[in-house]
Design a protein around this ligand. Structure first.
Ligand SMILES: *[C@@H]1O[C@H](CO)[C@@H](O)[C@H](O)[C@H]1NC(C)=O
Ligand SMILES: *[C@@H]1O[C@H](CO)[C@@H](O)[C@H](O)[C@H]1NC(C)=O
Ligand SMILES: *[C@@H]1O[C@H](CO)[C@@H](O)[C@H](O)[C@H]1NC(C)=O
Ligand SMILES: *[C@@H]1O[C@H](CO)[C@@H](O)[C@H](O)[C@H]1NC(C)=O
Ligand SMILES: CC(=O)N[C@H]1CO[C@H](CO)[C@@H](O)[C@@H]1O
Length: 466
């Protein structure tokens, strides 16, 4: 108790001196789902699991008020596509007033705003217009200060691709083509005391970028693989990635700039080695490491991280990979996929599920097997997969092994569920049939959607359409 008091006193002092924050493990939440979790249930889920920080991938304009009085610290985001909505003084004022100040006045604990994403990416988010993010970020920062919201951090996120690919952390530095704008960014973060926010995708780094054994992506590695850098030995990618960034910051003149991990995770489908077993193991090792507060050789001490992500997003764009729809620690229906202890006590338990979620009835849509007109079958398959999420059918994903008939059924069902089990949406020119037995095969699950909160009301077990 006494120690905790001292700790918080220390943190308070750190806060006052440098506006840096206490260490935490938060979680990100994107809401690109056909049927979204009810925000108040998410608040409950976070409280039950003692997750103190939530990073919304949008401004959450329509839902942030739900967090009022919850004591959950919120980070909100202005997506790349909205930068032009705040690139003038007057626009920035309106944005900050509506999205930050107003909710704060209503008791929402907004601690951070992320402007855009990955301004200097040359891999996953190539199309980001890096020239716009910094001016908007500065404008939002100044507006926050003018509005006496100096305690709200303003920052942006970066992928590991801002660094040159080097074997040893001590060789790391920012890419040559972005050095100049990156230095300007660092100057701004330094001026305002904002952390450097990095997004980490360890299995991608290990397998695609470095071509190291998969084991190196786990903190509790089972292989003897290591990277020896001078007198430091790295036995896992996470510490190596953090220290690579630390070296780059040091070389750029900011050896003490705080590093915050804005996203780190392990998808469960749509990527090599992406499955529930590996995701569970990765998080177990990661959280044990975070709980130890030992940090890395270059950055000893506690870490601030946001686990990515709360739930799957079946509407996320797939141009950079179908795995983008499968980051969830929870399924889209609010059930946890695997064991994880957010409270950092390394308990071997499933986290609390979202309470009060109502699933749609146990009904699936199946292909009736009639292949007499293949054009019709293909047409309806394409129609389904264009509109609904078929990423699990892709090569290497969990439903890749289905036979022809089951593949068509998977697609039909995805479309039927997306359309809230509307009878008409299982017609498919007479090729669909509704069934009450679960057609899931092995690892390949045919999901049932949940009742969404925004356009449906349930009364006496019946769905009222409004
Ligand atoms: C609010 O959250 C902070 C930081 O997570 C924690 O230290 C504090 O005890 C919480 N307060 C309440 C009333 O729960
Ligand atoms: C990027 O933003 C700048 C400044 O607003 C603008 O002039 C340029 O046309 C934009 N480029 C692209 C590719 O959108
Ligand atoms: C900004 O950088 C300088 C030089 O590295 C450092 O002395 C100062 O503490 C930094 N400011 C903040 C707020 O981190
Ligand atoms: C490791 O090497 C660095 C520089 O090469 C040196 O400053 C440091 O003292 C060394 N640490 C140990 C524990 O030998
Ligand atoms: C956490 C952990 O078990 N790390 C091990 C990873 O592998 C190296 C080399 O075999 C060991 O020295 C570490 O202890």
């Amino acid at each position: 108790m006494k120690m905790r008091l001292q700790m918080s006193l220390m943190c308070f002092i750190v806060l006052v001196i440098s506006t840096q924050v206490n260490s935490f493990v938060g979680i990100t939440w994107g809401r690109l789902q056909t049927q979204q979790l009810v925000p108040s249930m998410v608040v409950d889920m976070l409280l039950q699991n003692k997750i103190p920080q939530l990073r919304l991938m949008t401004s959450g304009y329509d839902i942030v008020e739900i967090f009022s009085g919850s004591n959950i610290s919120l980070s909100v985001t202005m997506g790349n596509q909205y930068l032009s909505q705040a690139n003038r003084n007057d626009l920035a004022y309106v944005w900050v007033n509506d999205r930050i100040k107003d909710p704060i006045n209503k008791g929402v604990n907004i601690v951070e705003v992320t402007i855009g994403s990955e301004p200097f990416s040359n891999s996953f988010f190539k199309e980001a217009n890096n020239t716009q993010i910094m001016p908007v970020l500065k404008l939002i920062r100044d507006t926050l200060d003018d509005m006496k919201l100096g305690h709200v951090r303003a920052t942006t996120g970066h992928g590991m691709d801002v660094l040159k690919v080097t074997k040893f952390p001590s060789e790391a530095e920012f890419r040559d083509d972005i050095k100049k704008p990156m230095l300007e960014s660092l100057q701004e973060f330094n001026r305002t005391g904002a952390p450097f926010v990095i997004y980490m995708f360890p299995i991608h780094f290990v397998k695609e970028i470095m071509n190291y054994p998969m084991e190196f992506a786990f903190m509790n590695n089972k292989s003897g693989f290591k990277i020896v850098d001078g007198n430091i030995t790295y036995t896992n990618a996470v510490e190596l990635m953090i220290d690579s960034l630390a070296w780059a910051l040091k070389k750029a003149g900011y050896p003490n700039m705080k590093i915050m991990i804005g996203q780190i995770g392990w998808p469960t489908d749509g990527y090599p080695h992406a499955n529930i077993k590996n995701a569970e193991r990765f998080h177990k090792g990661l959280l044990k490491y975070v709980a130890s507060k030992k940090g890395t050789p270059l950055r000893p001490g506690p870490l601030d991280i946001y686990l990515h992500s709360l739930s799957d997003e079946n509407k996320f764009r797939t141009v950079y990979g179908t795995f983008q729809r499968h980051w969830g620690i929870y399924r889209a229906d609010g059930n946890p996929k695997y064991k994880i202890d957010f409270s950092l006590q390394d308990r071997d338990e499933y986290p609390t599920q979202a309470k009060g979620i109502v699933k749609m009835p146990n009904r699936w849509c199946k292909f009736n097997g009639d292949t007499s007109d293949m054009n019709l079958v293909n047409k309806n398959y394409d129609l389904s997969c264009d509109a609904a999420d078929c990423t699990r059918l892709e090569k290497g994903a969990s439903c890749d092994g289905l036979n022809f008939e089951s593949r068509i059924s998977y697609a039909f069902n995805a479309y039927f569920q997306k359309n809230k089990q509307s009878l008409k949406k299982c017609d498919f020119d007479g090729l669909g049939q509704i069934v009450a037995t679960n057609p899931s095969v092995g690892n390949c699950e045919f999901p049932i959607e949940i009742l969404a909160f925004q356009d449906q009301i349930v009364q006496n077990g019946m769905v009222l359409r409004i």
